[in-house]
Write a protein of this length. Structure first.
Length: 85
């Protein structure tokens, strides 16, 4: 990890936004506690095929709903589902 930033909102919401800068990628998240929702974006630049969605899915395994959408670099904006729970 190269660095990170996190901000907790206090005016008009109690969510948190964060960014983790990694050597060949980044991970950002936005929480919406009023709706029990978190959005996580992962962008990888390395040549290895990473399956970070498996790790995220394990972390949220007890969630009522879990959806992962993947987008191949250089492809159109059409996403494809990786997992849905």
């Amino acid at each position: 990890m190269i660095g990170h930033l996190c901000h907790k909102f206090t005016d008009g919401g109690e969510g948190v936004t964060g960014l983790f800068l990694l050597s060949e990628s980044h991970l950002s998240f936005h929480t919406y506690p009023e709706t029990n929702y978190i959005s996580i974006d992962v962008y990888t630049c390395g040549k290895q095929d990473t399956c970070i969605h498996n790790d995220i899915e394990k972390f949220f395994k007890d969630s009522k709903r879990f959806t992962v959408r993947g987008l191949q670099r250089g492809s159109s904006l059409d996403t494809y589902p990786l997992t849905t729970g």
